[in-house]
Write a protein that binds this ligand. Sequence first.
Ligand code: 6PG
Ligand code: NI
Length: 195
Amino acid sequence: MKNAPFTFELNPPEFIPSRYDNHITRRLSAMKGQYSNAAAFEAMLSKEDILLYEVYELKLPEVAGELLHGISIVHPGKVGDEYFMTKGHFHTVLDTAEVYYCQKGEGYMVMETPEGDWSVEALYPGAVLYVPPCWAHRSVNTSLAEDLITFFVYPGNAGHDYGTIEDQGFRTLVVEQDGEPAIVDNPRWTSPPVK
Ligand code: 6PG
Ligand code: NI
């Protein structure tokens, strides 16, 4: 039995889909080791395990041919100088791509390949971003006032590899410098092993 066609709506100002199956919430405690300022991270966590981002997903079979899709909402804020962001990941099936369509807010998608190539693309309402196969991706909200809201779609068999990024970090960070977002090298980034 095939899934039946369906429609849902994604409307301003909140962009919470009119239909969804999973609502995933990620709090500060889920990001241990991901922010470069560990002292700022611990100080914030000791006060409150705040909500950093949320994902609304439509449940579909996780097989090639399906297109998994949903909404990602990154809330505004910073840990030290670093803006709130998603964990970020490679897809387990590395050569699977993803499309993001920014609905609201401002930020960047930070991306890199297993070979250490990197790219940072701006996200703003109306921006459609293509993340090619093999590129790890993390969204960063550079507004300190409003949510960064994106619609995403990726192949059903892609899966998520979080461990590689947890171990090596992203090569680039997005931080606030003199009140403006700046893209800087991650001093703690470890280059991928030579194969
Ligand atoms: C995916 C998408 C996207 C992503 C969210 C949260 O492959 O599932 O890239 O849905 O999961 O933006 O980001 P993290 O999965 O990195 O926490
Ligand atoms: Ni992805």
